[in-house]
Write a protein that binds this ligand. Structure first.
Ligand SMILES: C[S@@+](CC[C@H](N)C(=O)[O-])C[C@H]1O[C@@H](n2cnc3c(N)ncnc32)[C@H](O)[C@@H]1O
Ligand code: SF4
Ligand code: SF4
Length: 462
């Protein structure tokens, strides 16, 4: 079992996609003693791996003490770090303290692109220097890449790079539009692009000697099965089953993207939260509805419970719309030869030109086969002799992302639900004089709703 602790909200970088909206430490972050107590509770619950994430975990002054404490309790301390602060001295101290591996973010092989994404001119060079320091110290490391549209074509090259430089693994994060990621949500991959990339990644994983794992795209388990590719990662979404996160202020959640709070380690021991929290109990039923419930790949994949909840009014057991296979299962009008049907859009053929955006634009009709391209086999007649593909039939003007544009972005959905201004980080929210909560703002409090950007996120690998 794996727990990820967002050690701090402080960070030396200003990444444009940061789910945590990391910047400064929040006021109520766990103290050293509180963190040690929590670590003891985590160890006695039976967790084996503890990810020290952030923010940037290396900015916590007590980080070595806490890593040593975790190691002394039999946990395997590993890191999610941007790598820019790892000098020879830091790497040696981490290793001496008992750190087992560093997860280091590399989003592009092009230094300029990486630096722009990470908000620091020299970030790429510093990160590569950090990796070299790990190597000299004999500290194992793996690479983390967050995929968006501009680096999508680089992903497999980064896997090759990871293998060449001696990384143990390459974990590929799929952008979730929370925190600052909300502002770049239009750069996240659409359903079919996601599907195509997952295929490429799984094919690449069969070629290389290192572990390759998509995270926050649980459908990779299905894709691997469909392609007949073996992967040692047999379960997609682990949230609440064998994984959870603890925020920098001690709030426990099934995963960093889910708003559902399981408990607060300041008020209840971690082991009690893990064993008795109703949100964990619910997730463990795995009684999914919609396509995720009837899907043959349900046991391995499980769908992303965060996306399911966001797009189905908070129902954490609903179907995950961000799945090409699930969309096909939902296509009740035409269910013969499902597996043979090409995973491509009709390009708007038969949808009705008046409702279409020009081909090549994002959203409906954008990024799909040009009008006139072959639609699905067995097409019924539409306005121009063809019919809309299963994606257009299902989502119509909403495009292929699986949700209407107005609701894209997780904060966006909460804005819509709460009728408030832009969401903001928990840390900032906690400083609100009215003490309003993220998802339950106090009446009259002007701070607005929002998700859990302030202490959210971290993953199996983050
Ligand atoms: C929040 S960071 C914490 C560790 C460290 N600060 C770093 O950047 O690597 C963990 C991982 O999550 C990724 N990440 C951040 N925001 C994300 C988002 N909105 N969607 C998906 N991954 C994200 C980061 O790129 C990084 O690889
Ligand atoms: S993604 Fe990581 S490095 Fe970038 S701002 Fe967020 S916490 Fe800092
Ligand atoms: S983001 Fe959370 S809910 Fe979604 S796949 Fe990852 S762990 Fe599961």
């Amino acid at each position: 079992m794996i727990v990820s602790w967002m050690t701090t909200n402080q960070c030396n970088l200003k990444c444009v996609h940061c789910y945590q909206d990391a910047e400064e430490a929040t006021e109520r972050e766990l103290s050293t003693d509180e963190a040690k107590k929590m670590i003891d509770e985590i160890a006695r619950t039976g967790f084996k791996i503890m990810i020290f994430s952030g923010g940037e975990p290396l900015l916590r002054p007590d980080i070595y003490e806490l890593v040593a404490h975790a190691a002394s309790r039999g946990l395997r301390p590993v890191f999610g770090s941007n790598g820019t602060l790892i000098t020879d001295e830091v790497a040696c101290r981490l290793k001496d303290a008992g750190a087992c591996a560093m997860g280091i973010s590399v989003d592009s092989l092009d230094a300029t692109k990486h630096d722009k994404f990470r908000g620091l001119p020299n970030a790429h060079a510093l990160t590569l220097a950090g990796i070299e320091a790990c190597k000299r110290a004999g500290l194992p490391f793996q690479l983390h890449t967050t995929v968006v549209d501009w680096n999508r074509d680089e992903v497999c090259a980064i896997t090759d790079f990871a293998e060449q430089i001696g990384a143990q693994a390459h974990y590929i994060f799929f952008l979730i539009p929370v925190g600052r990621g909300e502002y770049i949500q239009e750069t996240s991959l659409e359903v079919l692009e996601n599907e195509a990339l997952l295929r490429e990644i799984m094919e690449k994983s069969a070629e290389v000697s290192i572990d390759v794992k998509p995270t926050c795209a649980p459908q990779f388990t299905r894709v691997a099965k469909q392609l007949g590719i073996d992967t040692r990662f047999t379960r997609g979404c682990l949230a609440g089953l064998t994984y959870c996160v603890v925020g920098s202020e001690g709030i426990v959640r099934p995963c960093a993207y889910m708003t559902e709070e399981a408990g607060d380690v300041r008020e209840q021991p971690f082991d009690e939260i893990w064993k008795t929290s109703p949100v964990f109990e619910r997730l463990r039923t795995q009684a999914y509805s919609g396509a995720c419930g009837t899907c043959d790949y349900k046991d391995g994949c499980g769908g992303c419970r965060a996306r399911a909840a966001y797009y189905h009014d908070g129902d954490i057991l609903a179907q995950d719309d961000y799945c090409a296979h699930g969309q096909k299962l939902n296509d009740t009008e035409e269910n013969e030869n499902e597996e043979d049907r090409p995973l491509r859009c009709c390009g708007g053929v038969g949808v009705g030109a008046g409702r279409m955006r020009p081909a090549g634009r994002r959203g409906l009709g954008g990024r799909c086969a040009p009008a006139g391209a072959a639609g699905p086999r067995g097409s019924r007649s539409g306005s121009n002799g063809a019919r809309p593909c299963h994606l257009h039939r299902r989502y119509g003007q909403r495009g292929h992302r699986g949700q209407p544009p107005a609701r894209r972005g997780l904060h966006g959905q909460f804005r819509e639900r709460l009728g408030t201004g832009r969401g903001h980080a928990r840390g900032r929210l906690r400083r609100c004089a009215n003490g309003g909560r993220l998802d339950h703002p106090k009446p009259g409090c002007g701070h607005g709703g929002g998700l859990h950007g302030g202490e959210s996120r971290g993953h199996h690998g983050a």
